[in-house]
Design a protein around this ligand. Structure first.
Ligand code: ZN
Ligand code: ZN
Length: 215
């Protein structure tokens, strides 16, 4: 956010929606993010500690080879993406949207600080996947950390409000499989469709894409 504010000339040509959300909206999103990240990470860490203590979670802390890390992290990211897509799709239904997810959609023109401006319950639902995944599979701890980091970086980039991906990327297979910033920005401006954060695979499979988003 600070980079965008300090270099307006560099970022203005890439801005997706014109206008300025206002300091009030920014402060609101920063406050919501602080609460959601605090509650979400604290409760998921407590859950992980409890599961570890009960010996249900046996974290594989061995240093993996680069190839093993890549394969395990890719698998974890793909399944995490499916989980997040399913959760996000459900959060757009009836009371779940009204009482939980509408908090995130107050920003119709997202900024980087909108990424985690979500209801604390939504944060917990998003974060508990990773400790639960370590209970259900013998996945390596570092692969899980890589998947968590990837999700957080992707969420911030997709809420930047600026199309950071070059035209060649958007027109390539990469732009077809991975969401551009415009892809998620449309989710906020339209209020529905384009639910994926890590890939567009599940949106394409379930027919929930907004076609204008990637060209
Ligand atoms: Zn949404
Ligand atoms: Zn969003």
């Amino acid at each position: 956010m600070l980079i965008i504010l300090s270099l307006p000339g560099l970022f203005r040509p890439r801005k997706i929606q014109q206008g300025w959300p206002g300091w009030r909206m920014l402060i609101r999103d920063i406050s919501l993010s602080a609460v959601a990240l605090e509650v979400g990470s604290l409760l998921s860490a407590l859950l992980a500690a409890y599961l570890f203590q009960r010996q249900w979670l046996r974290a594989d802390l061995a240093k993996p080879s680069a190839a093993s890390l890549l394969i395990q992290a890719s698998g974890t990211i793909t399944l995490y993406d499916l989980y997040l897509f399913g959760v996000h799709r459900l959060l757009h239904l009836g009371p779940l949207f009204t009482y939980l997810h509408s908090v995130h959609h107050r920003s119709t023109a997202p900024t980087p600080v909108t990424a985690f401006a979500i209801h604390p319950i939504e944060a917990v639902i998003n974060f508990v996947f990773l400790p639960a995944f370590m209970v259900l599979t013998p996945v390596n701890f570092y692969a899980v950390m890589a998947a968590g980091l990837y999700f957080q970086v992707a969420a911030i980039v997709l809420h930047s409000g600026h199309e950071v991906f070059p035209r060649w990327w958007r027109r390539s297979a990469l732009g077809y499989l991975f969401p551009t910033v415009r892809f998620h920005d449309f989710h906020h401006s339209q209020g529905a469709g384009n639910y994926g954060i890590i890939t567009t695979i599940w949106d394409r499979l379930f027919g929930t894409t907004v076609p204008i988003a990637w060209r």
